[in-house]
Design a protein around this ligand. Structure first.
Ligand code: SAM
Length: 293
């Protein structure tokens, strides 16, 4: 793509399920490369800043990435009473790690990302997202999260599965075997948060992935947030634990005391994210535990 400030015809179009499309007007291509795993692109857009794409699927846009990353990190970290050790599977853009590492009490973050090219592209071209890669508390492992979890060895307070959609190397990140391995890595009061796709477009996938988690965890929840970058505009994370309730055990005083400058997440948003509309209760209500709202 050439510089296209004067090219109103230049659009990035992500086609979803061969049925709907999400579009961004493009200014220029910033990075394009191919790894053994996928095609990785960063493009500059007119309205959303830089956008990261893996295999043509939008991973994030600079305009709204804070919503996704604040919600994937702070929700579990302000429910767990003392999160010190955090595992991130995927998340190669660095946004989830950036938010986790804002918690001063977190001592160690292990991030297992399969594709070094995603990390390299984000370090060079999305530095505000990839802001925490040099933090000494972060250990970066380039490898398959499924194999890492199966190998075991270390215990974590919070595991965050910041995966792309279930195609290619991310497919097994939605399977029962992977969740079984992850359950074994979690401390007794540990929390698992998983990227859980669109309540509008992916209800049957959500049913499958959450049914696997239901068989392993005594407590299972789903929480919602808006997105400008994924089809449908409403997205979800799974929240699984052996006992912690994401609303009753949420520590709003610790959030206040942390004094973080956040642009989406706050105490009211935390609680409200677990309020589920009829369409979600219809498809997933039988799998999820209620929360006191
Ligand atoms: N949140 C974004 C979304 O839903 O579009 C995705 C964030 S992040 C960029 C997803 C990352 O997961 C990608 O960089 C991809 O390379 C990585 N990934 C996919 N499969 C993986 C696996 N089996 N192990 C580790 N990382 C994996």
């Amino acid at each position: 793509m050439n510089d296209a400030a004067n090219r109103p015809d230049l659009w990035l179009r992500e086609v979803h399920q061969d049925a709907v499309a999400l579009g961004f007007r493009v200014v220029r291509s910033v990075f394009s490369g191919r790894s053994d795993h996928q095609q990785v692109d960063v493009v500059e857009t007119v309205a959303h800043g830089r956008v990261l794409l893996n295999d043509g699927i939008v991973m994030l846009s600079e305009r709204d990435e804070f919503v996704y990353h604040e919600m994937i990190a702070h929700v579990p970290l302000f429910v767990h009473p003392a999160p010190r050790r955090v595992l991130i599977i995927g998340g190669g853009d660095g946004g989830a790690a950036r938010e986790v590492l804002r918690h001063r009490d977190v001592e160690r973050v292990v991030m297992v990302e399969i594709d070094a090219l995603v990390i390299e592209a984000c370090r060079r071209h999305l530095p505000k997202v990839a802001a925490a890669f040099d933090d000494p508390r972060l250990e970066l492992i380039i490898g398959d999260g499924v194999a890492y979890a199966a190998a075991g060895g270390e215990t974590f307070d919070v595991v965050i599965v910041d995966s792309s959609d279930p195609v290619g190397p991310a497919r097994p990140l939605f399977d029962a075997g992977f969740y079984r391995s992850v359950a074994n890595l979690l401390a007794d009061d540990g929390i698992l948060v998983t990227q859980a796709e669109s309540p509008f477009y992916d209800a049957s996938l959500q049913q499958r992935m959450l049914a696997h988690q239901r068989s392993l965890f005594p407590r299972l929840h789903l929480y919602l947030f808006p997105t400008l970058s994924y089809p449908g505009g409403l997205w979800s994370f799974g929240f699984a634990s052996r006992g912690l309730c994401p609303v009753a055990d949420f520590d709003a005083r610790r959030l206040d005391a942390a004094g973080l400058a956040l642009r989406y997440y706050n105490a009211a948003v935390h609680r409200a994210a677990f309020a589920l509309p009829g369409l979600v209760l219809e498809s997933l209500g039988g799998l999820l535990d209620p929360v006191p709202l």
